[in-house]
Design a protein around this ligand. Structure first.
Ligand SMILES: [Mg+2]
Length: 243
């Protein structure tokens, strides 16, 4: 019997990649509006390179951008970038289509729900609180807080322990074949690959670890219902044979 459904956060429950792209564009536009003498295309390209090199949680993106563009360090331009980025984050942060409907349906079926996500704990909590999805979840595991990142088996085992369930009683849903699907499968869970966002056609070497593939989150409800009714049938078959 499936008792727990675990979800990844970025690009599974929350539209993070799309948001980040718009936020970065708006940051550059706002810096140019504040007087930064740079071409939008060149500045945007430099910013993307910088994020790839230093990571998305580096907190001096805009300072370094000015250095890369050989521009003087003007704090007004940096502030404009920060404002452009944050305003977009506040106005554009949204759940993926069908999230609330899916979570509600699973709750009504009596399932426990959890989140397993990598990333900066404060930033991840900010996404959960801003989109007001916290109440659906019984447990939230953030790797930087737990001390192991997906796909390490320990983070999945920790979730199972917190919920008090066996691996075969849990389903993991995520957009990354490597960190979500391969990791959860190694821990013995059922896996649902959500083909969504920039990883929808990547990491295909790990495709064999996906028990199911979906294009819409709402399909998860039918998958769980199917798994549980299959098991119910098997059990009643056994009972009939025992008679
Ligand atoms: Mg993800």
């Amino acid at each position: 019997m499936i008792k727990v459904v675990l979800f990844d956060l970025d690009d599974t429950l929350i539209d993070t990649s799309k948001l980040a792209e718009i936020a970065r564009r708006n940051a550059i536009e706002n810096m140019i509006r504040a007087g930064m003498p740079a071409d939008f295309g060149i500045a945007y390209h430099e910013l993307i390179e910088l994020i790839n090199e230093y990571g998305s949680n580096f907190n001096r993106h805009f300072d370094y951008l000015l250095r890369r563009l050989d521009l003087p360090h003007n704090p007004k331009w940096v502030a404009a970038g920060v404002i452009g980025y944050h305003n977009t984050k506040i106005s554009h942060l949204k759940t993926v289509k069908g999230v609330r409907k899916t979570l509600l349906a699973l709750k009504q079926m009596g399932l426990m729900l959890g989140i397993i996500t990598d990333g900066d704990p404060v930033k991840q909590w900010e996404k959960i609180l801003r989109t007001e999805i916290e109440d659906y979840f019984d447990d939230v595991l953030i790797s930087d807080f737990v001390g192991v990142k997906k796909p390490h088996i320990k983070i999945f085992q920790k979730a199972l322990k917190n919920f008090g369930v066996k691996p075969h009683e849990a389903v993991m849903v995520g957009d990354r074949l490597y960190s979500d699907i391969y990791g959860a499968k190694n821990a013995g869970m059922k896996t649902v690959w959500f083909k969504y966002g920039k990883y929808a056609n990547r990491e295909l070497d790990y495709l064999d670890y996906a028990d199911f593939q979906v294009r819409s989150l709402e399909e998860v409800v039918d998958i769980v219902r199917g798994l549980n009714s299959e098991e119910r049938e098997e059990r009643s078959d056994k009972e009939v044979h025992a008679d």
